[in-house]
Design a protein around this ligand. Structure first.
Ligand SMILES: Cc1ncc(COP(=O)(O)O)c(C=O)c1O
Length: 316
């Protein structure tokens, strides 16, 4: 069940989470931070609920896994979000995000061995031999594990503290500058690396389109309509943050010449898709898109067989 977030802070609504707990609840999840607007949930409150109702509490630290643990040493202390909080039972951290390791590597940590055992798959009676796999997937590439380990060793704690310092200070600089642009607003208090932007004055997807045109790689978001910048090391280079703010200010000047103009391009599709009440139609479109990604031109002899490729989840 997706629990609603507070409209202003964008943090999970703890009373709503409490009300949603039933005999069918198997785990509570908190984000540190969540993807859309980069907001950290009140992990300690979620953990308290977990303790009270005897439920495991997972902290999704996929995005923040290589930022949050270094923030204190980087000079940006935060409320504790990890195993120091009683009640937190597992944490995920993506090495392939701010750990800078190759995609396909990630980490899930458990408070104890008993919980970790639950992720194993064991089949002692298989005619192919006694089968035991530590993860959901069977065969996995050792090359990615090796490259991930090499990356961790290359950066080391000092390297991650340094990247955290640069990324957090750039994010907060951008967020603070944008807070004084009257036509837009920032979602909640972005403490980590994502700045979510909305507007009550014009269609925010027009700003998205204008910025993409200027070469920025942003994410458009929905419910509510918004966009975000996910700050990486590239954005911490001299002048980049200022250029981003300047491009936003220039784009808004242009937009405000006709604030009610319609949005065109991908932004228009996003705006339109949000307004369709039958969400199954969006599912159908997404499936058609993914099927198109998998479809190859069939050689005349293969009778229309489809090739299946391994790929990333695609954002439609
Ligand atoms: C907060 C959060 N959790 C989980 C994920 C999923 O990560 P992946 O795409 O590596 O499965 C993401 C991806 O951006 C994320 O931001």
């Amino acid at each position: 069940t997706h629990i609603t977030v507070n409209e202003k802070t964008r943090m999970v609504d703890i009373s709503a989470m409490k009300r949603a707990i039933s005999s069918r609840t198997c785990v509570l999840v908190a984000s540190a931070p969540q993807f859309p607007h980069g907001i950290i949930d009140p992990v300690q409150d979620v953990a308290q609920l977990g303790l009270k109702y005897g439920l495991p509490v997972h902290v999704d630290c996929c995005l923040g896994g290589f930022l949050l643990p270094f923030m204190e040493k980087a000079g940006f202390p935060l409320p504790t979000f990890d195993f120091r909080v009683p009640g937190v039972t597992s944490i995920s951290a993506d090495t392939h995000k701010y750990g800078f390791a190759p995609k396909g590597s990630s980490v899930v940590m458990y408070r104890n061995k008993e919980l970790r055992s639950r992720q194993f798959f064991v089949q002692p009676d298989w005619p192919g031999g006694m089968y035991g796999s530590p993860t959901f997937s069977g065969s996995r590439p050792g090359s990615i594990v090796a490259a991930c380990w090499a990356t961790l060793m290359h950066f080391g704690e000092d390297g991650y503290i340094d990247s955290t310092k640069k990324i957090i200070s750039s994010t907060r600089y951008i967020a603070n500058r944008l807070k004084s642009v009257p036509e837009i607003f920032i979602f909640g208090e972005p403490l980590v690396s994502v700045v979510g932007i909305g507007s009550n004055v014009f269609n925010i997807y027009r700003l998205f389109e204008a910025l993409v045109e200027k070469g920025w790689n942003l994410n458009s978001l929905q419910f509510p309509a918004s966009l975000h910048l996910c700050v990486t090391l590239l954005h911490t280079k001299t002048g980049v943050a200022d250029k981003f703010v300047l491009d936003i200010e220039d784009s808004i000047k242009e937009i405000m010449k006709n604030p009610n103009a319609e949005c065109i391009g991908a932004g228009a599709i996003y705006g339109f898709a949000q307004g369709i009440p039958d969400r199954s139609l969006i599912n159908d479109v997404a499936e058609a898109f993914l099927n198109a990604c998998y479809t190859t031109k069939s050689p005349a002899s293969s009778n229309g067989a489809l090739a299946v490729l391994n790929g990333d989840a695609a954002k439609v």
